[in-house]
Ligand binder design. Structure first.
Ligand code: FES
Ligand code: FES
Length: 579
């Protein structure tokens, strides 16, 4: 430990620091300056940007032993206050540049450093600055951020006033479609909007910090879980396994359709007999600090018999593939589509036919905020779980039986959320927090690293599509045949629904009277499938739009003209027959 003196936001502070800790963790944990956010934690996203001796730094990778004594540190808390905002903060509000807000404080501090050295940057220079300083945003598309810097610079040069930037409703009072500021904007630009990891730091004394013991293989039988050594590690309160779960120890996928061959109870809260994907939670270490919990998690011994891992749908569909969930076939749902006349003779008569295979890859949501949450028993004795859930009533139903708690004794709360783009339509850590809180009767918190966030939350499911169009001599598509497969990972939740979406979306936008197709949902050992923006569309449109281009090329016509010819007209119906 070292005695350190730093000037933080204009105030000289003397404190004792661990030289191996990062500046970000000292600012957040010792000074509760939680406007400094931690996203990636590895210097890649810029969420933790602060200014040190006039230079922007990514504080998550600056160890305290590299911070000069008496260094001047400026964080968002020292830039402006809700009552007296800095021009950059006003401009961020005015341009709607703080959307989820998780990247916002890092961007503003980075922009402050830019404007300190260049009062009149060009848009190109602003973009280059963000690129150079690795400031990443998943919500805005960057244009509002550049707009905000340009306008803030005008204010700082005295060419505009802060008040000029903000939208004011006119006499008509119209707000929709305007730049009316979002209610959370002031909190987001001042760093006072507390996300889950900030809330976790503000939990009371006695809160247990959790670390997961996770599978490092994708498919295996669990022979034994030995927690004895981990239980003796410093600061450990309890190591929780499946034995401590009071309920069914499963998250129900609430299967959508009765023709699903699974029962929807395929996702364990804590694995008991099998590992189904990399990262599956096997045990939870509950300790006094995160570091102690993580150190003890490494001491849990898991005896595994590794099984063949089916990392794509074709592998899991192979005739010799074993059932990932014994008793349920790996192809557990089928969805057909029939519209109009039989397509076979129409294809034979068509002047032009095109056919191809398409693959739309798995996609991570890559929110800048990693998954995080905390839980406690409230004053009415209800288990209360705060998380990034964007479906708290849905998730309540999905985790309640697994936890073994009466529905009116479970309360879910959505924290201010740093983007989800759909992945939080699935429960992630809610049941883990609940199990740990119930097993210890203590408040608990869990904050994923970016690595855990990427490897152990749902992803957009890959889609394999074989597609064929038949068109007449003028390019009118008269028939479509489709065959698609969704690789939904090991857990079935909403997999049937996603497979239905392909029936609705493949070929959508075009008036195609005759369609035959079949889709399948396949269980694999890759990351489980969850919702993603434009649910089901990329897998569908990648295929149907590329094939339009291929048809145009074969016919030697303009692809836009060909699209125009086939677009919906009044009276047309969608692939699944809607008007
Ligand atoms: Fe520090 Fe991403 S760069 S959190
Ligand atoms: Fe930038 Fe959400 S506003 S990541």
């Amino acid at each position: 430990m070292q005695k350190r003196i730093l000037k933080i936001n204009g105030v000289e502070r003397t404190f004792i620091a661990n030289p191996d800790k990062t500046l970000a963790s000292v600012l957040r944990e010792q000074f509760l300056l939680t406007g400094c956010k931690i996203g990636c934690g590895t210097g890649q996203c810029g969420a933790c940007s602060v200014i040190m001796d006039g230079k922007v730094v990514r504080s998550c990778i600056v160890k305290m032993n590299r911070v000069p004594d008496k260094a001047e540190i400026l964080t968002i808390e020292g830039l402006g206050t809700p009552e007296d905002l800095h021009p950059l903060q006003v401009s961020w509000i005015a341009h709607g540049a703080a959307q989820c807000g998780f990247c916002t404080t890092g961007f503003i501090m980075s922009s402050k450093a830019l404007l300190d050295e260049n009062k009149s940057p060009t848009r190109e220079q602003v973009r280059d600055w963000f690129h150079k300083n690795r400031n990443a945003c998943r919500c805005t598309g960057y244009k509002p951020l550049v707009d905000a810097v340009m306008d803030a610079a005008s204010v700082m040069r005295g060419e505009k006033k802060k008040e000029d930037l903000l939208f004011k409703p006119g006499a008509d009072g119209k707000i929709i479609g305007t730049y009316f500021q979002r209610p959370s904007a002031v909190a987001k630009v001042t760093g006072t909007w507390d996300f889950g990891a900030d809330g976790a730091l503000q939990m009371p004394e006695g809160t247990l910090r959790l670390a997961l013991v996770q599978a490092e293989v994708s498919h295996a039988l669990i022979k034994n879980i030995d927690t004895s050594e981990a239980e003796k590690m410093p600061g450990v309160f309890k190591v929780v396994t499946h034995k401590d779960v009071k309920g069914k120890n499963a998250i129900t996928g609430l299967i959508t359709f009765p023709t699903n061959k699974g029962d929807g109870w395929d996702r364990p809260i804590l694995c008991k007999d099998k590992v189904f994907q990399y990262g599956d939670a096997i045990a939870i270490v509950c300790a006094d600090t995160e570091a102690n919990a993580q150190a003890a998690a490494k001491k849990v011994k898991v005896d595994l018999e590794v099984l063949p891992a089916y990392m794509s749908a074709p592998a899991a569909m192979a005739p010799d593939a074993i059932e990932i969930h014994p008793g349920t076939p790996n192809v557990y749902y089928e969805q057909g589509i029939v519209k109009g006349a039989d397509t076979k003779p129409l294809m034979e008569k068509a002047t032009y036919t095109v056919e191809d295979d398409f693959y739309c890859s798995r996609q991570p949501h890559l929110t800048i905020e990693p998954d995080c949450g905390y839980a406690y028993f409230d004053e009415e004795g209800r288990l209360t779980i705060h998380s990034k859930s964007i479906g708290i009533f849905l998730h309540h139903a999905m985790i309640c039986p697994g936890l073994g708690i009466e529905p009116d004794k479970l309360r879910l709360v959505q924290n201010p959320t740093g983007g989800t783009f759909g992945y939080k339509f699935s429960p992630t850590m809610e049941a883990l927090l609940g199990v740990a809180c119930m097993a210890t009767c203590r408040p608990v918190s869990l904050v994923y690293s970016m690595y855990q966030h990427i490897t152990y939350t749902g992803k957009r499911s890959p889609g394999f599509v074989n597609l064929k169009y038949g068109a007449d001599k003028d390019g009118k598509i008269v028939a479509m045949e489709s065959d698609w497969v969704i690789d939904h990972g090991p857990y079935s939740e909403f997999g049937d629904l996603l497979t239905l979406r392909q029936a609705q979306f493949i070929g959508a936008g075009y008036d195609i009277a005759n369609i035959r197709g079949k889709g399948q949902t396949v269980c694999t050992n890759h990351a489980w499938g969850s919702a993603f923006r434009a649910y089901g569309s990329p897998q569908s449109f990648l295929a149907s739009e590329i094939l339009i281009d291929e048809l145009a090329e074969k016919m030697g016509v303009d692809p836009f003209e060909l699209r125009y010819k086939n677009l919906y007209r009044p009276g047309a119906t969608t692939p699944n027959g809607c008007e």
